[in-house]
Design a binder for this molecule. Structure first.
Ligand code: BEZ
Length: 212
């Protein structure tokens, strides 16, 4: 199994899910994707994470992002767990959870880190663009629930920087100033950024978010 890196094509697979069989690339179609792993069904942190993600469905939809979770447990177990998630988190699970009892997905995406735990997956997140390229990889330990607003924030940055010659600074949020990429000359910047820009250092130029 090769290590997956940013820019690699996300491995394709076919696997059962709580919403039927999923052929991953076909299922993604022209959407962005978020694939995220859970150590085990019926565990407390995972239960809160799936509820948090379900509540953000409209935000993912707005960004043309399909979300899919994976846990190595079988489909019967998932079907029981989604009832608990709805009951305890106040929101139905509105995206598929892949069953992965043969660890096909976990192995393809290197989600089991044996020195952390040799049977459970870590909390991996992969953001995949419409060309099926991996654009973000985050790995959290089993003991720490993820921040799904941070995943949305990165998707906002990825989608913005795909269209404009900007990067986003630390802790950037939608609507805030961006950084002009160093490859753009000042002359080019005059044309590309009609809202103007501020040169703090020759390598640090900020401009209002171009599409805000
Ligand atoms: C949890 O999701 O709560 C969890 C899973 C594995 C280890 C620790 C916590």
């Amino acid at each position: 199994m090769a290590t997956l890196r940013l820019g690699d094509i996300a491995p394709d697979f076919t696997q059962d899910s709580t919403e039927g069989r999923i052929e991953f690339h076909k299922w993604l179609g022209n959407s962005w994707g978020v694939l995220f792993s859970h150590p085990k069904d019926f565990t407390p942190v995972c239960t809160t994470e799936l509820g948090a993600t379900a509540k953000l469905k409209a935000e993912f939809d707005k960004r043309n992002v399909k979300v899919v979770a994976v846990s190595v447990d079988p489909i019967d177990s998932h079907n029981g767990w989604v009832g608990d998630i709805e009951e305890t988190q106040g929101c139905a699970v509105n995206f598929p959870i892949l069953a992965d009892p043969d660890r096909k997905v976990a192995d393809l995406y290197d989600m089991i880190h044996p020195n952390a735990n040799d049977t459970l997956t870590v909390r991996s997140v992969f953001v995949i663009d419409p060309n099926k390229k991996i654009r973000l990889i985050i790995t959290y330990p089993a003991s720490t629930g993820r921040n799904f607003n941070e995943i949305l924030r990165v998707i906002d940055s990825l989608q913005l920087t795909a269209h404009y010659k900007v990067a986003t600074p630390a802790d950037w949020q939608q609507g805030q100033d961006c950084i002009i990429v160093p490859a753009v000359s000042n002359e080019e910047a005059d044309n590309l950024f009609p809202k103007g820009y501020q040169q703090i250092k020759p390598y640090l130029r900020t401009t209002p978010q171009p599409n805000a």
